[in-house]
Design a protein around this ligand. Structure first.
Ligand code: G3I
Length: 373
């Protein structure tokens, strides 16, 4: 981190401290607390349902990830048809507010229509799939060039088991270099956009090694890849803190930017780890339909605080932390891996701040107090 960025950050944090002392209440918003450290984002797959949600988002965050609306299935349902209506509104709203917008996602095994891979009644060959990929990326990235500052170009292609790359239709049709081709196409469509590889569980040593291999391979070929997104779908009492810190350091050493891209903290015990969207747990429990007990809210707060302390410590390596949802009511964890009432985020369903918010806000303040002795 450069000196100017550090100085601005320290001033903001010290100002926050002063406010807290004066009012004796949570002093700052997330974006103020982390100004000069990293961007603070949330996901926005469509315009928020309530005006109050939009106000909360704009007050607290300085970045959004335009999520579901930009996935290939909703945005490009047929080869000759794009559906940009929702994405256009999301991007316009965020752009007008000066929010930094991340696009999610161009190449993913899930939410990708089958027409990409078919040629009549047989599988499409490499050249046809490559052409479709290039057209898709050129059209989608090109449409928002200058407005969407970064893209999750390739999502979740590392194998969670023993293999290197996940067996996908992209891999089957094009071979391993579909990843490099995707980054090149995105760079051509918007040379200013920051281009990311995004995945879950890549903080864990086994998957981390494969992510490092991927970064090195892409870099050695001169592929325009700028950063890596650690999704951050973690579970209460099971956060791999040391792995997370080690991964941030290891990715940074490879010369790429690090972002935490989809942070949430699941509180309902489950038998599926990570974020494998197709995983289901038919017998999943729903133990907290009427709210989370106070002791658990506090445990969640402590663990969010510990995580943000790691992120803050490594703010010279991290450009953005994005929380995967504004409030508990809109989290994907209410339906995955089974239907349940979940409480993984910083605000509850009524938009009341949870103890976790105070814990996250306290991290830079505590650091500033330490610097001040
Ligand atoms: O919009 C339709 C709606 O019209 C329809 O009535 C309804 C019926 O099921 O579905 C709605 O679409 C759903 C969409 O979310 C919007 O709510 C899809 O079914 C549902 O599959 C989709 O889930 C998303 C999931 O990715 C799959 O795309 C989650 O919201 C989203 O949070 C989740 O995000 C992923 C990241 O992209 C990648 N990393 C893992 C992460 C969590 O799974």
């Amino acid at each position: 981190m450069n000196i100017r960025k550090m100085t601005i950050g320290a001033v903001m944090v010290l100002a926050a401290c002063a406010t807290m002392t004066a009012e004796n209440s949570p002093p700052v918003t997330l974006k103020q607390a982390y100004a000069g450290a990293f961007l603070i984002g949330t996901v926005m797959g469509k315009p928020p349902a309530r005006e109050a949600e939009w106000h909360l988002l704009c007050r607290q965050f300085n970045s959004i990830t335009a999520g579901n609306c930009l996935k290939p299935k909703p945005v490009h349902p047929a080869e000759d048809r794009y559906e940009f209506a929702t994405a256009d509104v999301v991007v316009k709203m965020a752009h007008e507010q000066g929010l930094v917008i991340q696009g999610h996602t161009l190449i993913w095994h899930s939410q990708c229509p089958d027409w990409f891979f078919r040629d009549g009644d047989k599988p499409a060959g490499r050249e046809l799939v490559l052409k479709r990929m290039r057209d898709h990326i050129a059209t989608v990235v090109g449409r928002y060039a200058g407005k969407i500052q970064g893209w999750d170009v390739v999502n979740e292609v590392i194998d969670s088991g023993k293999g290197y790359l996940r067996e996908t239709k992209w891999l089957a049709a094009m071979g391993e270099d579909y990843i490099a081709e995707a980054f090149r196409a995105a760079h051509r469509a918007d040379p200013r956009a920051k281009l990311y590889y995004n995945d879950f569980s890549i903080e864990r040593p086994a998957k981390r090694e494969k992510a490092l291999r991927l970064i090195r391979e892409l870099k050695s070929k001169g592929v325009p890849m700028d950063g890596i997104g650690i999704q951050g779908h973690w579970e209460l009492d099971k956060i791999p803190y040391q792995d997370i810190e080690d991964a941030i350091i290891a990715f940074h050493k490879e010369g790429v930017d690090v972002a935490i891209t989809e942070l949430d903290l699941d509180v309902v015990p489950r038998r599926v780890t990570g974020a494998e969207v197709d995983a289901r747990d038919a017998a999943g429990a729903d133990p907290y339909p009427n709210g989370l007990p106070a002791a658990m809210l506090q445990r969640q707060a402590d663990q969010y605080g510990k995580l943000f302390a790691i992120f803050y410590k490594h703010r010279d390596k991290i450009s953005r932390v994005t929380i995967w949802g504004l409030h508990d009511g809109v989290s994907w964890l209410n339906t995955w891996p089974s239907k349940r009432t979940n409480h993984p985020l910083l605000w509850d369903r009524d938009l009341n701040p949870k103890p976790a918010l105070a814990a996250v806000l306290a991290v830079p303040v505590a650091a500033a107090q330490r610097w001040g002795g």
